[in-house]
Design a protein around this ligand. Structure first.
Ligand SMILES: [Zn+2]
Length: 247
């Protein structure tokens, strides 16, 4: 049965490709990892090296919530209370993003999918554009390392930049100033100890089935990242794994 489904799935991708010919070479890489695993830093480095834009879905949601939109008005207060936005709304926002011309060559997806339902939705969404996910990278970090990272993390207040720094491992050149755009740095609302605890619990609950799903699709690559080795080592391991998987 599975073979039959994947056979038709592939045919569907090929048909969709005819209608979205300009997107035929698009490459999509999904990054998974708990809050503070270093997805943002890794995605920025990967984007530069592979020439594919970084799609930080957390920022898309944050922009939406700050803006005066229907989704923002309904979900803004609930997200502040630590609630997650439902999959149907998330997929609607994702589709709107992926149809933008800047993602015609693909994207490094960071912060999406968070659930198996979103993973399935993403797979179908990409298929309807004649695309598929190349690889899924799970950045694994120990709980102790994660806590240390988040407590010392600072994020650029400029929503379109939104780079993150770490006071110990990736400090800004000038204290409290973003290296990239010169804006101020802040500690995010959702990175207070209480908000972190809620996010970690939610991440564990949803991430395990999501990893199983991508393992089943033979797309999952697990890379272990430690505070001691730093983000460059994680990048090196990821590039090696990506090469192995495409060989
Ligand atoms: Zn900045």
């Amino acid at each position: 049965m599975e073979l039959v489904i994947s056979f038709f799935f592939e045919i569907w991708i090929q048909i969709a490709r005819v209608f979205h010919w300009s997107r035929r070479n698009a490459r999509f890489i999904v990054l998974l990892g708990g809050p503070g695993a270093g997805k943002g830093t890794l995605a920025a480095m990967l984007a530069k090296l592979l020439g594919i834009p970084h799609l930080n879905f957390g920022n898309v949601i944050r922009r939406e919530i700050k803006g005066d939109t229907e989704i923002g008005r309904v979900w803004g207060p609930k997200v502040k209370a630590g609630k997650l936005i439902p999959d149907s709304v998330v997929l609607k926002l994702l589709k709107r993003e992926l149809l933008k011309p800047e993602y015609i060559n693909g994207a490094i997806l960071d912060g999406i999918p968070r659930t198996v339902a979103q993973g399935k939705g993403l797979r179908w969404l990409l298929a309807s554009l004649g695309n598929r996910i190349d690889s899924v990278i799970m950045l694994a970090v120990s709980p102790e390392d994660l806590q240390e990272r988040l407590a010392l993390r600072r994020t650029c207040v400029n929503g379109t930049c939104a780079r993150s720094f770490h006071l110990k491992y990736l400090p800004p050149k000038v204290e409290n100033v973003c290296d990239h755009c010169g804006s101020a740095l802040m500690q995010r609302d959702d990175e207070t100890p209480e908000a972190i605890a809620t996010r970690m619990k939610e991440f564990d609950l949803t991430s395990t089935p999501l990893q199983s799903y991508y393992k089943w699709l033979k797309l999952l690559i697990v890379v272990v990242s430690t505070n001691a080795a730093g983000p460059e080592k994680a990048l090196e391991d990821v590039l090696f794994a990506l090469e192995e998987s495409s060989a």
